[in-house]
Design a protein around this ligand. Structure first.
Ligand SMILES: CC(C)=CCNc1ncnc2c1ncn2[C@@H]1O[C@H](COP(=O)(O)O)[C@@H](O)[C@H]1O
Length: 244
């Protein structure tokens, strides 16, 4: 998609009317915006409409798994190959797969699912450097607000699989872990794929975070670490609330 085309909810902007700010930014980055006191209250209606659209569209999904990973990985990278294999294996196990609908690992996972005949879902986000949903998404929703979109990833999935990624991926991982730790969601498997990528983080969680008493021993057991696609899928099947 050209940089001169932007989507903002139902609105498409091209050419001279494209703008570089996003709805999320307008809400959160209110410093220096004199009208925020009056306008933010009305923004709640737009936020509400995203929840309505998301809930209505997602409610009929079969059992699903959300898959996360880097937007920047090259198509032939190890993590994209893993994402592709994982997408296919989840589809064959009967799951729909939900991703962020973007490039990199998300695209690889969507491709794996679509090619295996499964349902490939993408929850896109409006970004200043938007690229649009990848070509392998079959059911796609574009969100303006990160926090609305994140609700959908958790609410409509039986579990998470997290592949190598950056801040966005870490955000999604730690949100899920916090929700499970605080029992906001129960019976929700979280699988980390890529032992060499995540190994350093797991060591730090054990030695520093657990070592200094910031989490409990059981909290470390809330996620499973593997390189093996079948092991990841079996873990989801055996520990999630609803199997396909
Ligand atoms: C090249 C580039 C940065 C494109 C960004 N395009 C994106 N499209 C859709 N979801 C995204 C995007 N960037 C980050 N995310 C979200 O954050 C995660 C990836 O972020 P990161 O690359 O790990 O930090 C994804 O699982 C996705 O849910």
């Amino acid at each position: 998609m050209s940089n001169r085309e932007r989507h903002s909810g139902a609105v498409t902007l091209r050419g001279s009317v494209t703008r570089s700010s996003t709805a999320d930014q307008a809400l959160l980055d209110s410093r220096g915006r004199p009208d925020w006191k009056t306008k933010d209250a009305w923004r709640t209606l737009r936020i509400l409409s995203e929840f309505v659209e998301g809930f209505e569209t997602m409610a009929d999904l079969p059992p699903s798994v959300s898959v996360f990973g880097s937007a920047r990985s090259a198509e032939n990278s190890a993590e994209c190959r893993l994402g592709y294999e994982l997408g296919g294996a989840l589809a064959r196990a009967g799951y729909a797969v939900i991703t962020g609908g973007g490039p990199g690992v998300m695209e690889a996972a969507n491709k794996g699912v679509a090619e295996a005949g499964g349902l490939s879902v993408g929850l896109g986000i409006e970004l200043p450097f938007e690229q649009g949903l990848n070509d392998w998404v079959e059911l796609g929703i574009d969100f303006r607000y990160f926090f609305v979109r994140k609700t959908m990833f958790v609410k409509y999935a039986q579990g998470f699989v997290v592949l190598p990624g950056g801040y966005g991926t870490m955000d999604e991982l730690f949100e899920a872990l916090t929700l499970v730790q605080t029992r906001k969601v129960t019976q929700f498997p979280v699988v980390l794929m890529g032992t060499s990528y995540w190994g350093g983080l797991i060591d730090w969680l054990r030695t520093t975070m657990l070592g200094e008493g910031k989490i409990s021993k059981e909290d470390l057991d809330l996620m499973m670490l593997t390189d093996d696609v079948d092991e990841a899928v079996n873990h989801i099947v055996n520990t999630s609330e609803t199997a396909p």
